[in-house]
Write a protein that binds this ligand. Structure first.
Ligand SMILES: [Fe+2]
Length: 329
């Protein structure tokens, strides 16, 4: 039985993925270099899992997944998109297209091993990579929460994706350790997950809210931390930390705990800048959006009061690197 279909125009990659399937599941994958041929054969093959590359000349992975989802027989077939592309917001676009999971190389191979077991059900006796289960599950958990956020409100999902892109760009500019940047890449997607606790009519009110409603909105940081609490590994703990502290202010006048300066976790200080910038340049029902230049000036004006000066300095340097700002502007 061939339960896994792999689609990649790069033959060495295709052989590698097929070898992983053979090793983990003990069976041959059905491999396609051409995604169009794969789409034609899927009704016959009825796979338990599809692994697809992103960049392919005939049809890219996003279009492949959309066409797959348009087929009733494959509306729920698990699909993993796997890519080394640094293209911004690709993860969100893949999930929007209908991908079950998005794996970014170079870490993807270990994750792929775990996911093959999960979706195609290898016998436990063959499993020898148990240590990768927990990180993969945590990433999966966060991505599923992100999808819940997107399902509840598309704008919240889009905002979170843009904030994540900018926060990661700032973290890179500050030369944070690669494992912290990797964690932020996933964890920041759910920084505002607590907004699920705020009624839509309140969330959509202007920022000059009456006090009684302001406290309802502010409570989203506690709600977010409560949703994410209890993680035993760094990724979920990072998500909880960012969700809880991204509205603290550098001068100690923020919420929920009034932390100041370096007492505020660095990832939360970075997300605070990214969240504010993306909010300022976004169209909102009750105000005209800022131009990117005016929004940068606003952020710089709050350096040392609302925001960490080192984070603001890194953020400012990004404007000389157009690719980083283009993601959010
Ligand atoms: Fe927030």
């Amino acid at each position: 039985m061939n339960r896994v279909v792999v689609v990649d125009d790069d033959e060495p990659n295709l052989k590698l993925y097929a070898a992983v399937v053979k090793r983990v599941l003990g069976e041959d994958a059905v491999a396609f270099e051409n995604p169009l041929q794969a789409l034609e054969r899927l009704d016959d093959l009825r796979p338990a899992l599809i692994v697809v590359d992103y960049q392919m000349p005939e049809l890219d992975g996003l279009t492949f997944i959309r066409e797959l989802r348009a087929k009733p027989a494959h509306a729920f077939t698990p699909v993993i998109m796997l890519t080394a592309s640094p293209e911004p917001a690709l993860c969100e676009r893949a999930l929007e297209a209908g991908a079950t999971l998005f794996l970014q190389k170079p870490l993807a191979l270990a994750d792929l091993t775990a996911q093959l077991r999960h979706y195609a059900g290898a016998p436990a006796s063959r499993v020898t990579y148990g240590e990768v289960i927990m990180p993969t599950d945590e990433r999966d958990t966060i991505l599923r929460l992100f999808r819940a956020l997107q399902a509840h409100c598309k704008d919240l999902g889009t905002h979170a994706g843009r904030v994540r892109d900018l926060a990661v760009a700032i973290a890179n500019e500050m030369q944070l350790p690669s494992e912290e940047i990797e964690a932020m890449h996933i964890a920041t997607l759910v920084f505002d997950i607590g907004m699920l606790s705020v009624p839509d009519k309140v969330r959509e009110m202007p920022s000059t809210l009456p006090t009684r409603w302001r406290s309802v909105v502010n409570a989203h940081v506690d709600a977010g931390a409560a949703i994410l609490t209890g993680g035993r590994r760094p990724l979920l703990r990072a998500a909880e930390t960012i969700a809880r502290y991204h509205h603290e202010r550098y001068d100690g006048t923020g919420y929920p705990d009034g932390l100041a300066g370096s007492m505020i976790p660095l990832a939360a200080r970075i997300v605070a800048v990214a969240d504010t910038y993306v909010a300022l340049i976004s169209e909102r029902p009750h105000r005209v959006e800022f131009t990117p230049a005016n929004a940068v000036a606003q952020i710089v004006g709050l350096s040392g009061s609302a925001f960490d000066p080192n984070v603001v300095a890194a953020f400012e340097r990004l404007k000389d690197k157009p690719n980083n700002f283009r993601q959010t502007a």
